[in-house]
Design a protein around this ligand. Structure first.
Ligand SMILES: Cc1ncc(COP(=O)(O)O)c(C=O)c1O
Length: 509
């Protein structure tokens, strides 16, 4: 496998999703403009290598990038001063790497200032317009939603936080943790959730868990033990809830949505007393529940003595205005709030939190204790330290900038290559819905044609029982560079046009 590639499993129980994280410099840069600093982030792991190996790692990462064609011949490199600053290494290290690779013929230095990727590397490079190599299943660009950009994980800050923790942690801190989570983490989370999401809580009410998935599972067990045989889920929504609840006991009862959020009629008619929702950014349609619907949902919960489970899976990312505050803030006794670091850091950490009504707290904590005796203490302490150092907020700001740029790239590419496509759900989150003109349907045929062309997409219908109207695709964009997004949309347009032509020809015959 290409060393610059990272094939990683998808998220949220979806083992079939293979995500290729963004590749260095996948946008063609002209010799006039050095690539944006974001394009150099794949050199960061090399820059974070131990001091002794750092120079070698940097040279080898640059060489690989040129060989693999990610830095095309003629690409101008940033000045050694700029790159050193972006990577957080000494300028001498970068100068040395430039000189070495120039001597080897990978780079050339111009008269005056400036370093370029040399023409000699052309033979090895596939050419800037070349598409990304196909993965084992033939996929070049994977738009399936669910993953943040794993290469944005703040490795250096995490390592520093972990070092701080290890040097200060008393031996007792390595024993079995409080099943509710380390007090230190609960304290910072209470402040963070109140400040960023308007959650009403205090450290005593927070339960640390291994993600939204575990939070929902724990609630499934507790509600089932209390006699609830069915729990409502959004339709369309995360298909995984059916399996989660099957393991915990209750049946997942699918409930339809309308333009404002979960529809109240079907909810009342269903007889359920608990429902899992994504009110800040519905998954997958991307709508935010209207203020009226949020209020109606809470009225329902009060009337039936029920519970609204608020899955705030990507509530931190809102591009056009401040994030909508959590529903939980309006009625903490009828809402169980849950979120995780799966989108803000990486899903592999398996770290999340829940804030449940007082009446359920003891039972949830007891379940958590039986299930796993609590989350790993070192990771909890490291996350707490990361927040305390301000690095978690910095990470959110950094991701917000990167994801907004990618969202804009997606919208622009769809406008350029698939005119007539409506894009929705773009105000927040890490995915959008693209509704293509009807002639490119039906969605199943388009998805199949896309796969053959090398682009993986999922139709909106994948997430619900209703087939839905139009040719709507759920496009995850956060894990892809702007260049890869444009390339993916070009492939998608090609697939759509082939499908359209094939149909026109067959009806003419
Ligand atoms: C709707 C929804 N909820 C929750 C999650 C994340 O769950 P966890 O926090 O367990 O990783 C995802 C991840 O893709 C999701 O799509």
């Amino acid at each position: 496998m290409d060393r610059q590639e990272d094939h990683l499993k998808g998220s949220f129980l979806d083992q079939s999703v293979s995500v290729r994280v963004r590749a260095l410099g996948s946008t063609r840069m002209t010799s006039e403009s050095p690539p944006p600093s974001a394009a150099w982030e794949l050199l960061l792991p090399a820059a974070a290598a131990p001091a002794r190996a750092r120079g070698r790692s940097l040279r080898s990462a640059l060489r690989d990038a040129v060989r693999a064609g990610r830095l095309a011949p003629g690409t101008r490199l940033p000045s050694s001063r700029d790159l050193a600053r972006d990577l957080g290494v000494s300028r001498g290290l970068v100068t040395e790497a430039y000189e070495q690779l120039t001597a080897e013929g990978y780079l050339r230095s111009g008269r005056g200032a400036g370093t370029w990727v040399g023409e000699a590397a052309r033979a090895a490079a596939p050419g800037a317009r070349d598409l990304a190599p196909r993965t084992a299943d033939g996929i070049r660009v994977d738009f399936r939603a669910g993953s943040p950009d794993l290469s944005l994980f703040p490795r250096t800050a995490w390592a520093a936080a972990q070092r701080d923790v290890l040097s200060a942690l008393p031996h007792q801190g390595l024993g079995y943790p409080d099943p509710r989570g380390l007090p230190r983490l609960r304290t910072v989370l209470a402040e963070l959730l109140a400040r960023r999401r308007g959650v009403v809580t205090d450290p005593e009410r927070i339960i640390v868990c291994s993600g939204v998935t575990q939070a929902v599972t724990l609630l499934g067990f507790v509600l089932h033990a209390r006699g609830q045989r069915g729990i409502g889920v959004e339709d369309p929504g995360s298909p995984q809830y059916e399996e989660l609840f099957a393991a915990a006991g209750p049946a997942a009862v699918r409930l339809a949505l309308d333009a404002e959020g979960l529809a109240l009629g079907p909810l009342r008619a269903s007889g359920v007393r608990a429902v899992v929702t994504t009110p800040s950014h519905h998954f997958p349609s991307g709508i935010a529940y209207s203020a009226a619907r949020r209020a109606q949902l809470l009225d329902w919960a009060r009337e039936v003595g029920g519970l609204v489970v608020e899955d705030d899976y990507d509530g931190d990312f809102r591009y056009d205005r401040a994030p909508v505050g959590a529903l939980q803030g309006l009625d903490p006794e009828h809402v169980a709030y849950t979120g995780s670091v799966s989108k803000s850091l990486v899903p592999g950490l398996r770290l999340g939190w829940m804030v449940v009504p007082d009446a359920l707290a003891d039972e949830v904590v007891a379940r958590k204790r039986y299930m796993d005796l609590g989350n790993p203490a070192l990771d909890q302490a490291t996350l707490a330290r990361l927040v305390e150092r301000g690095d978690y907020d910095r990470q959110l700001r950094r991701c917000q900038r990167a994801y907004k740029e990618r969202r804009d790239a997606l919208v622009a590419a769809l406008r350029a290559h698939l005119p007539g496509t409506e894009v929705s759900g773009i105000a927040a989150g890490l995915h959008a819905i693209a509704t293509l003109p009807d002639r490119y349907g039906p969605p199943e045929a388009l998805v199949e044609r896309c796969a053959a062309t090398g682009v993986a997409v999922r139709p909106l219908g994948h997430y619900g029982s209703a087939t839905g109207e139009g040719v709507s695709l759920v496009l995850g964009y956060a894990h892809l560079s702007p260049g890869r997004i444009t390339e993916g949309v070009r492939l998608l347009a090609r697939a759509a046009q082939e499908l359209d032509h094939a149909r026109v020809h067959s009806t003419r015959r």
